[in-house]
Design a protein around this ligand. Structure first.
Ligand SMILES: [Ca+2]
Ligand SMILES: [Ca+2]
Ligand SMILES: [Ca+2]
Length: 285
């Protein structure tokens, strides 16, 4: 598991916060992005909504195909959603504690924002199209904000411009130009045509990566009660192993009431496995 203060986690948290912190409605018709990019964003977000809806429908108790947003969020909050985790036992270092607290605040904020923007009908029921447009809004908000990084205004980001979007923490090693390995890695990964610039749909590649993680975590948070197969409100090691069979390390047990905190710290491959395996489990009875 990634420790809460590893550079990658900080980067992830930063991006989640960047995404989530801008969840105010972004109207696609007012976006400066080209039509083909907007269309690609829409399709991507429809796909994310497709993935999220089965998790939401787990909360459809009367089977009418509708789930109300407010009670759903209250349910999730009982497991740590939109809340900050208490300090782990033995975390005494002041600096470590303040970083942990800040990270938790970011995560809780990301939760609040993702749920707040879900579109509902007049009765407060969550709509698939409302889920898709909430994610689109987050994504467009971020894409539109890439603009200011483009200092020389040539419509694309060179490495120096791109790297400004990634904060370097005091614990990260930097080269003589003040850049981290992660910055180079992410730039290389997203510069798909290798022309030395991030432009057009390459912006989306970045977003798609982080949103994929965010959506995977959210589906995990929605479906985690299914893993409690004996219904004792605790995920035993056996129950955890059933959903993460390949995990190298698993906690002894995780109370359902703290399951969101546990999911927040999972790594990329674990999040993917969690979503896949929880989807296969029968619904909670
Ligand atoms: Ca530029
Ligand atoms: Ca490129
Ligand atoms: Ca159990």
């Amino acid at each position: 598991m990634t420790s809460p203060t590893s550079p990658l986690t900080i980067l992830l948290l930063f991006l989640l916060t960047t995404l989530a912190g801008h969840a105010t409605a972004e109207d696609p018709s007012e976006s400066p992005l080209p039509t083909d990019v907007l269309q690609a964003v829409k399709e991507m977000c429809d796909g994310y909504a497709e993935r999220i809806m089965p998790g939401i429908l787990e909360y459809d108790e009367d089977g009418d195909g509708k789930v109300q947003l407010r009670p759903l969020v209250s349910d999730l909050m009982k497991r740590g959603f939109a809340r900050t985790s208490p300090f782990p036992p033995g975390m005494d270092d002041e600096l470590e504690r303040s970083k942990f607290a800040r990270n938790q605040e970011w995560q809780a904020n990301a939760d609040r924002e993702i749920a707040k923007e879900f579109g509902t009908d007049d009765e407060g029921n969550i709509l698939k199209i409302g889920v898709s447009s909430a994610i689109q809004s987050m994504m467009l908000g971020y894409l539109n904000r890439m603009g200011p990084l483009d200092v020389d205004k040539d419509g694309k980001l060179n490495f120096k411009e791109y790297a400004m979007g990634f904060p370097v923490t005091d614990k990260q090693e930097v080269d003589e130009d003040g850049h981290t390995e992660e910055q180079y890695d992410y730039f290389k990964k997203n510069d798909k045509d290798r022309d030395g610039f991030i432009k057009g749909k390459e912006y989306i590649g970045e977003q798609d990566y982080w949103l994929n993680l965010l959506v995977g975590k959210f589906v995990g948070i929605l479906m985690i009660p299914k893993a409690d197969t004996n219904g004792d409100e605790t995920l035993s090691r056996e129950e955890l192993a059933a959903i993460l069979p390949d995990a190298e390390e698993l906690p002894e047990s995780v109370p359902l009431a703290e399951s969101v905190y546990w999911i927040r710290e999972l790594e990329e491959e674990e999040i993917a496995a969690l979503e896949k395996n929880l989807s296969k489990l029968p619904s909670e009875t």
